[in-house]
Design a protein around this ligand. Sequence first.
Ligand SMILES: Nc1nc2c(ncn2[C@@H]2O[C@H](COP(=O)(O)OP(=O)(O)OP(=O)(O)O)[C@@H](O)[C@H]2O)c(=O)[nH]1
Ligand SMILES: [Mg+2]
Length: 203
Amino acid sequence: MFSLLYGLWKYLFSKAEFHVLILGIDKAGKTTLLEKLKTLYSDVEGLPPDRIVPTVGLNIGRVEAHKSKLIFWDLGGQLGLRTIWEKYYEEAHAVVYVVDSASNTRFEDTKSALEKVLRHPDLQGAPVLVFANKQDLPNAVNPEELSRFLELKNQKDRQSRVQGISAYDGSGIQEGVLWLVEAMRSSKRTELLQRHAEAAVTL
Ligand SMILES: Nc1nc2c(ncn2[C@@H]2O[C@H](COP(=O)(O)OP(=O)(O)OP(=O)(O)O)[C@@H](O)[C@H]2O)c(=O)[nH]1
Ligand SMILES: [Mg+2]
């Protein structure tokens, strides 16, 4: 009886928890974004951009947004560090892929790294939100153009969206996060991860 009531209580009142991977090649602005997310969605003031260094390990940010707990994992994007990304795929509900919209010489690199991420079987069905970052720069490519270049429309088994943002001034971030939470709430992958978690508790 207790477990039934506890289950009902949990269902009604506990907040859904989602793991979100922040990926993208080096210097895209992933850690700057993570720190901005902390400022926007938690009591903790994130680090200012001039105190952020290239990521070698893992940065974690826990925030609450739209009645959900979001745990962001930010990994390093340097070529030699990208092999670590896949260790986190299995447990991720979704991917935020950050692109430096003002660095067109690196668009091919960013596109092939993204394609590799989305091809991986451990990320099957995971919604992907591309943040076209650095929109504050005058030479930034707009999100529509970037979307055409990345050919995300070809993604049949997942929800995807490209959103223009600036991790400096925060513009566009909340709009993107709202989309992401809704996408995760309705995705089959979330159901699957939930079933895995329940099975692990029963064992
Ligand atoms: N103009 C502008 N610069 C940005 C923005 N976001 C990040 N940057 C700058 O871009 C550079 C790289 O930012 P990081 O956040 O360290 O990039 P990263 O993707 O975490 O890089 P790695 O950790 O090496 O993978 C820094 O000089 C930032 O200040 C932005 O929205 N606008
Ligand atoms: Mg970083």
